[in-house]
Design a protein around this ligand. Structure first.
Ligand code: RIB
Length: 332
């Protein structure tokens, strides 16, 4: 920076302002400094800047599955807020592995990120609490662990109720629930909502098929299990804890020559873009993904920049049922 300042005939402080507070520098001076930077091939040293300021210009979003469009849709909402605040976004994939989650939490703290957004493998992970205690703001996404931390989520119990009430209204009484692991609060809440809806229809039953995780492959496997049940026991409908499971189940039904919705009605959860684009457009419980991400990022910056009086907030959005062909019974 000293070489740039000498080359442009300005002070070191002016070069710093051109890089950090260009609004404080006249256009002519700014152009002269930028010309010197270009001629000298100067690249600022972010590590040096970070050492001086104590914080990197990044936030992180730690997710269970970067292959699930739900998380990348939420991340796009985060990105909008981060870009406006001149911050970069790290997207960290844990694969629901708490060791990987701990690795990322360590790395992010060492890199002094401004804050961490996380959909945790388990909100009881004490590592998250340690991070916060040492001064890194954390906002939990897609879960509501309670009043002690900022969070943004959807009412997943109501979402499960919406899904199963819709199937009951379509006349189904033997309904499968696909989802897992049950240690994920959002899966457990969706099942609880499904059961609450089923209790209102005396002859309704929920058959739980716990899956190892929430992806297409598990949906394919669950489809084989469902199709292998004796016809008299086989559910006529399935509520899946997310759209990837539902898409795998749908694919398996097509492979096995079973019709959707006639042989099996299917409801998913998230309403990702592929739900509508599926071979049989999927009925799904929509989560406001961009809004979740935007709100979470705004909460994070409020906490990281708001000073000691910060009050944690738990923002809960309402889910919405989007009805499509995978549950709409053909007339007659
Ligand atoms: O966060 C766990 C699951 O809930 C994700 O798979 C996503 O689909 C959300 O709905």
């Amino acid at each position: 920076m000293k070489t740039v300042a000498a080359h442009a005939g300005v002070s070191l402080g002016t070069v710093s302002n051109v890089l950090n507070r260009p609004d404080l520098v006249s256009a002519a001076t700014r152009d002269r400094v930028l010309a010197a930077i270009a001629e000298l091939g100067f690249v600022r040293n972010e590590s040096a800047r970070q050492l001086r300021s104590g914080r990197s210009r990044t936030v992180a979003y730690v997710v269970l599955d970067a292959g699930n469009p739900f998380f990348t849709d939420v991340a796009r909402g985060v990105e909008g807020v981060a870009e406006a605040a001149n911050l970069a976004v790290y997207l960290c994939h844990t694969g629901e592995d708490i060791r990987r989650e701990d690795f990322y939490l360590d790395m992010l703290e060492q890199q002094r990120v401004e804050g961490v957004l996380i959909t945790p493998t388990d909100t009881a992970n004490s590592h998250i609490e340690e991070l916060r205690r040492r001064g890194t703001p954390v906002v939990v996404v897609d879960r509501n662990p309670g009043p002690g931390v900022c969070s943004v989520s959807v009412d997943n119990i109501h979402g499960g109720e919406l899904a199963v009430s819709h199937l009951l209204e379509a006349g189904h009484r033997r309904i499968a629930f696909l989802g897992g692991p049950m240690t994920l609060g959002q899966v457990a809440d969706r099942l609880a909502g499904a059961r609450r809806a089923a209790e209102r229809a005396p002859d309704a039953e929920i058959l739980v098929l716990e899956t190892g995780t929430l992806n297409v492959a598990e949906g394919l496997r669950a489809g084989e299990r469902l199709a292998g049940l004796p016809a008299a026991r086989r559910p006529t409908a399935a509520f899946c804890a997310n759209d990837l499971l539902a898409l795998g189940l749908l694919q398996q039904m097509v492979r096995l020559g079973l019709r959707v919705p006639d042989d099996l009605a299917i409801v998913g959860y998230d309403d990702i873009e592929f739900a509508e684009a599926a071979a049989v457009p999927l009925t799904s419980v929509r989560q406001p993904r961009h809004l979740l991400g935007r709100t979470a990022a705004e909460l994070l910056l409020t906490e990281s920049r708001g000073g000691p009086g910060h009050q944690h907030r738990q923002v809960v959005f309402e889910p919405e049922l989007i009805v499509r062909a995978s549950t709409r019974l053909r007339p007659g």
